[in-house]
Design a protein around this ligand. Sequence first.
Ligand SMILES: [Zn+2]
Length: 255
Amino acid sequence: MDFMSITIGFLGLLIGSFLNVVIYRVPRGESIVSPGSHCTACGYALRPWQLIPVLSFIIQKGKCSNCQAIISWRYPAVELLTGILFFFTAAMSLYMEIHLARLALNLVFVSVLIALAFIDLDTFRLPDVLTLPLLGLGLLGAFLIPGNPTGWESVLSALGAGGLFLVIALVYPQGMGLGDVKLVAAMGAFLGFPSIFLAVFAGSFLGAFIGISLLLTDKKRFRQQIPFGPYLALGAILTLLWGNQIFDWYWAWVR
Ligand SMILES: [Zn+2]
């Protein structure tokens, strides 16, 4: 537990608070800057202390202090999740002695993945305003910042993974949208080869496992649409954080 990772973890709580705004407003086409944070039920503008992540939710007992409307537990959950993932991303990057600019890039990657996962859960959409800049940033970062993947590895894995998913989306449009194609291309740009394969495999496996579990527990019986984005995001984050360990374990096991 080092000081820098813990500091970045706390920064993650604040970023998580901002991601809640992104998750709510981007699908509605609203500005993410103005107006400031307010109760979605009564419009009450939040006081500065009410913007403190997680704590303000606990102090207010999960209710708006003005109209008593119940605030979803998902707000503090997204803040905590972002804080925890920021901590692990920083700890991994420092341990691997990754370039600090690449650490910053990975934190943006994790943030946008969290936003996309929850937007997809809510709306079955992965908005272009998030996936396309993410793809661009991943490619640019790989060229400009020393480390892995290198620029051309990043381009090739974005094209390879995105191309494969594009073929699937064209053959089986009910199962996969173009949003998934753009997300996978962005993941390829950030993760490189062969990590992108691990991310897609882990995401598909988790998606199938959770999908079947939900079917068995009757929660989503015969529901046609299951978002793929959250599972892809989960696979990407697992690969970013523990990909090397998973590969080491796999090769040791195969031999
Ligand atoms: Zn209110």
